[in-house]
Write a protein that binds this ligand. Structure first.
Ligand code: AMP
Length: 187
């Protein structure tokens, strides 16, 4: 099965994806991780996007779509993908549908982690201490939240009409959320 975990920055997408990957033997596809990897390895893409990420802006759809394409077509990952942080725009959502179709796959489950803005601000400030991410300072968090509302929210409208869409209260405890997701995935 292929799964999309969707929600605002700091909703716990990465945390939940990590838990589900282990339980269901899937591969986590985090575009944030893929992009940070490019920065770390000082690739041509990495040099272009370092400032974009630390400013809280989005990498272009073209860059992200290219990175995601490679993963989708890896044979061992076929029908074992969990997308975390992708898609983040309507263009990316449509691209994902196309790539999956071209590789004879589909999205089987979409989870929306719904989290209040207050909780997001608290969580990201905590993550800053734990992970020391360049984009986890208050000004950048606020910007990332605004970008989410502007660019990513249309993806929610697009996905919420689908039959395999599940909204989860992301303000709950980590274990409670993962139990709910597991229950749906196990049916
Ligand atoms: P994340 O680790 O998912 O919070 O992503 C960290 C940052 O990477 C984001 O704030 C964006 O700058 C960039 N990024 C991650 N995923 C995407 C995406 N799907 N489209 C555009 N930019 C992305």
């Amino acid at each position: 099965m292929n799964v999309v975990i969707f929600g605002p920055p700091g909703a716990g997408k990465g945390t939940q994806a990590h838990i589900i990957v282990k339980k269901f033997n899937l591969y986590q596809v985090s575009t944030g991780d893929l992009l940070r990897n490019e920065v770390k390895n000082q690739t041509d893409i990495g040099k272009d996007i370092e400032n974009i990420i630390s400013n809280g802006d989005f990498a272009t759809d073209q860059i992200v779509n290219e990175l995601i394409k490679k993963v989708i077509f890896e044979p061992k990952k076929k029908n074992k993908l969990i997308f975390d942080g992708y898609p983040r725009s309507l263009d990316q959502a449509k691209n994902l549908d196309l790539l999956l179709k071209d590789s004879d796959q589909k999205i089987d489950f979409i989870f929306f982690l719904n989290v209040k803005k207050d909780s997001i601000l608290k969580r990201i400030q905590k993550r800053k201490i734990l992970e020391n991410r360049a984009d986890d300072n208050l000004a950048t968090i606020l910007k990332r939240y605004d970008t989410y509302m502007e660019t990513t929210k249309p993806v929610l409208d697009f996905y919420s009409k689908k039959v395999n869409f599940h909204e989860i209260d992301g303000d709950n405890e980590i274990e409670e959320i993962s139990a709910k997701i597991e229950q749906i995935l196990s049916v």
